[in-house]
Design a protein around this ligand. Structure first.
Ligand code: GDP
Ligand code: MG
Ligand code: K
Length: 266
């Protein structure tokens, strides 16, 4: 059985897409906790492919019960592919989670949802630039109208490469490398980038003493402290800013202002 995890921000259209992909009826709404239970279905026309509708999340650093459920499922259950549902009308914010999903060592396909709304707007996006920048398959869809769903089914049932994590700035990467070198035997190899970033962030949900012995932990803590002093910021904020900067650069190539096409002609 192939397992596809539907992951995205709250209200990105996961449940609507789940229903379109499985033909199953499921409650759609905005009430908090509406998808707190794990919901599963079989992909239409593919009896060997299971779809799991995970609770909506903004990040993999869990603060809410929903985030804990979704993160634990992605880290500890058998998942073959992440279908990241992205609200195209809220692209910049939604991509924050995408950059984290790219660190799990799994194939990621982006379902770029709400394209029916984008098409009615003045500002448009270059999906080609988005796909190029993310280095992930991006399929334009509208979960409510069903547009693009066949292409999406094709993309998620095709063998895809594992996502490549985004690269941070040089001095952050050199500290991360020191952490990575010390985590090789402590975490599952595909999740190495995820755990490296977690250790760097000093994530309170991660028990570092299970991953590093006390000498290595002291050494790594020293390097992190050095970088924090140099950048005058705490490590968690450093990572967040790296993600925002990367997304901002990507958005500059993805966003197309419609009135710009006028000035190109002269
Ligand atoms: P979830 O929180 O990610 O499960 O999102 P839902 O599936 O509950 O959808 C949130 C809202 O967005 C609902 O009102 C949906 O009808 C609406 N919606 C979902 N997909 C689309 C889409 O492609 N286009 C439009 N216009 N609305 C959508
Ligand atoms: Mg839902
Ligand atoms: K919802």
């Amino acid at each position: 059985m192939t397992v596809i995890a539907l992951v995205g921000n709250p209200n990105s259209g996961k449940t609507t897409l789940f229903n379109a992909l499985t033909g199953m009826k499921q409650k759609v709404g905005n009430w908090p906790g509406v998808t707190i239970d794990k919901k599963e279905g079989i992909l239409k026309g593919h009896n060997d492919v299971k779809i799991v509708d995970l609770p909506g999340i903004y990040s993999l650093s869990p603060y809410t019960a929903e985030e804990v459920i979704s993160r634990d499922f992605l880290l500890h259950e058998k998942v073959d592919l992440i279908l990241n549902v992205v609200d195209a009308t809220n692209l910049e914010r939604n991509l924050y989670l995408t950059t984290q999903l790219m660190e799990l060592g799994l194939p990621v396909v982006v379902g770029l949802n709400m394209m029916d709304i984008v098409e009615k707007n003045d500002s448009q996006l270059s999906v080609a630039e988005l796909q190029y920048g993310l280095d992930l398959p991006v399929v334009e869809i509208s979960a409510t109208t069903g547009k693009g769903i066949d292409g999406l089914i094709q993309a998620v049932t095709t063998k895809q490469n594992c996502a490549m994590p985004i690269v941070f700035s040089k001095n952050v990467e050199s500290t991360l490398l020191e952490i990575t070198e010390r985590l090789f035997n402590a975490v599952p190899m595909p999740q190495l980038r995820y755990w490296t970033v977690k250790v760097f962030e000093k994530d309170k949900k991660v028990n570092v003493s299970e991953l590093l012995d006390s000498d290595n932990k002291a050494y790594v803590d020293g390097l992190i402290k050095q970088l924090e002093e140099q950048l005058e910021d705490d490590s968690e904020s450093i990572v967040a800013r790296e993600r925002y900067d990367w997304i901002e650069t990507l958005m500059a190539s993805v966003s197309i202002e419609m009135n710009m096409t006028d000035s190109i002609s002269d």
